[in-house]
Design a protein around this ligand. Structure first.
Ligand code: HEM
Length: 547
């Protein structure tokens, strides 16, 4: 700052003597560098964003987006801003949100060279896994190994595990239902309630969480957490790596605590997603705030799950077919296997990326089917016609992989709910990116919000807010696919998509064949809270057995 400017600023501050030092003047000077630090980048406009409209504060500071993210409804807020300002909205001094399906092909495409932004650093707990690896070469190496693990051929080998836990899930619901039917009324003592319309009334969200965690616990960690059987959000974790080594070296030393893994993942998504939008230099300070400190500790505990599972697998090899064994066998181009640290990070990544994504999506699909009886009945008819009166009510993938209405109903719910709804931030590569005639130079942060893209009337029609699977048969499929982004796009697209699709088909078809759903309170909005994912808060339904 020039000395002239400093003198002018000083002259504006009242000179109130406080002993030898003029404390007040010094204090009043503090905001000046902060103001300048925000004003200068705005005036300089290195990323060509000054002309992009958006909230006033977002032009100067990341705090606006940090605040919005911490409130849990980022996608709704950004959507309203797009309705107000149009295709381009400035979300932060260097971050533009672009609500245009064509921009997906530009911002996220293969070969354009854009990388994940430092937003993803806030998601690193022990080591970087596939999801939060930002370096291109590191990512390409990991991706090669992991995508082979998720090939359709491999994923088919995981089907028996999925069917096993869907069967456990339905056995538990049958047990609760029978118990409630016998007692005819009153609290079933396990969170459900039997009554009106001879239905069992329960919140299906925790059950979908138990199911998704048990499936992924089995596949990625070698054994389920036992959440379905225990009807509880509780996973056993060794308290430190030392204890893990001891515990698997000599069984008697095992020291385990039980942690609420679902709750921890929810908290982690929220604090990482709101921390990630702040500048990296602020994060160590923000981490000291009680909420973030608690979240950080919880994530370390969660990492203990992966450490323990991988340690166990190294100490007692097995011929079991699961994600962990496939990851263990995977080799990079040089023929190298993953080391223990890298394997642990990948197992943890599969747990984090493959659990609540599936459970929240299953819950949202159930909600939309319960809220739309016509669609539910049409889907149940398709399932009955295709599967007949088979006693085994857990579907096989083969039975349900080509049922058009089932697929359309799942896609329609994924569109409307948008489990991954925020614009995933990418850095414009060397040479920049040009979108609708606006050039964004190298270094500009760009994102395309799936929630808004999924409500684009040009793609989906005028009734975008209606749950209507029929639209998937009425409109041009290529246009729909271009605007449908539940699993993202390009080199960072969901690597577990084959597994996720198989899980959703088996879960939804099996449960819908067995039970009929109604909403407990049809007038109530489907409440959500968003961290990295858009998560339902609950889904209270009345279930009645169909067969
Ligand atoms: C309905 C369920 C799912 C949805 C909606 C979903 C969605 C997504 C999305 C949108 C991304 C891109 C994230 C980003 O770029 O920031 C992603 C990445 C990823 N997903 Fe999924 N996912 C689902 C299930 C799964 C499952 C079952 C697994 C594995 C068990 C998985 C593993 C991953 C991994 C490892 C990545 C990072 C890929 C990379 O960066 O190369 N996901 N997922």
């Amino acid at each position: 700052m020039s000395s002239d400017l400093l003198t002018t600023i000083k002259s504006l501050i009242p000179d109130i003597p406080l002993g030898d030092v003029n404390y007040l003047s010094a204090l009043l000077l503090v905001p000046v560098p902060i103001l300048l630090a925000h004003l200068i980048p705005y005036l300089r406009d290195s990323y060509n964003q000054r002309r992009i409209p958006g909230p006033f504060l977002a032009r100067f500071s990341d705090l606006w987006l940090g605040w919005v993210a911490s409130q849990g409804h980022r996608s709704d807020v950004v959507h309203q801003l797009h309705n107000k300002y149009g295709t381009f909205v400035r979300l932060a001094p260097n971050h533009v949100s672009i609500a245009d399906p064509d921009a997906l092909q530009i911002v996220y495409a293969h070969g354009n060279g854009s990388l994940k932004s430092d937003f993803y650093d806030a998601f690193v707990s022990i080591h970087r896994g596939l999801f939060n690896t930002r370096d291109r070469a590191d990512h390409a190496r990991k991706r090669k190994i992991v995508s082979a693990v998720f090939s359709q051929k491999n994923v088919l080998e995981f089907e028996p595990s999925i069917r096993l836990y869907v069967s456990q899930f339905l056995n538990q619901w049958d047990r609760l239902y029978d118990k409630a039917l016998k007692n005819q009324s009153g609290d079933d003592g396990e969170g459900g309630w039997f009554g009106k319309d001879s239905r069992l009334w329960l919140d299906c969200l925790p059950w979908y969480n138990y199911l998704a965690f048990d499936v992924i616990g089995d596949l990625a960690f070698g054994s389920p957490f036992g959440m379905i059987i225990n009807a509880k959000d509780s996973a056993p974790v060794a308290v430190s790596q030392k204890d893990v080594m001891n515990s698997y070296g000599s069984k008697n030393d095992a020291v385990f605590v039980h942690i609420p893994a679902v709750q921890i993942l929810n908290d982690r998504g929220e604090f990482s997603a709101s921390m990630g939008v702040l500048p990296p230099s602020w994060r160590p300070w923000v981490r000291m705030l009680p909420w973030y400190r608690k979240g950080g500790k919880a994530v370390k505990n969660l990492a203990g799950l992966a450490v323990a599972a991988v340690a166990k697998r190294f100490n007692s090899p097995t011929d079991r077919v699961d994600l962990l064994s496939k990851l263990q066998e995977g080799r990079d181009d040089e023929g190298n296997l993953m080391g223990r640290e890298e394997l642990t990070a990948e197992a943890l990544t599969q747990l984090i990326a493959g659990s609540d994504t599936t459970s929240n999506s299953s819950c949202a699909i159930t909600y939309y089917l319960a809220a739309n009886p016509r669609v539910q009945e049409k889907l149940q008819k398709e399932l009955d016609d295709a599967l007949g009166s088979e006693d085994e009510y857990v579907s096989t993938y083969d039975q349900v992989k080509r049922l058009p209405y089932l697929e359309a109903a799942i896609n329609e719910a994924l569109r409307l709910h948008s489990t991954s709804s925020i614009g995933l931030p990418r850095i414009a590569p060397e040479g920049g990116l040009t979108i609708r005639g606006i050039h964004f130079p190298q270094g500009a942060i760009l994102s395309v919000p799936s929630y808004t893209i999924h409500r684009d009337k040009k793609v989906w029609g005028e009734d975008v807010d209606a749950f209507r699977p029929e639209r998937w048969f009425e409109r041009d499929n290529a246009t729909l696919q271009k605007g449908f982004n539940p699993f993202s796009y390009g080199p960072r697209t969901c690597v577990g998509r084959n597994l996720a699709s198989m899980e959703l088909l088996i879960i939804i078809s099996s449960i819908l064949r067995r039970y009929h759903f109604v909403l407990a309170d049809p007038a109530k909005v489907f409440d959500t809270r968003e961290g990295f994912l858009r998560k339902p808060l609950e889904c209270r339904v009345g279930i009645k057995r169909r067969q």
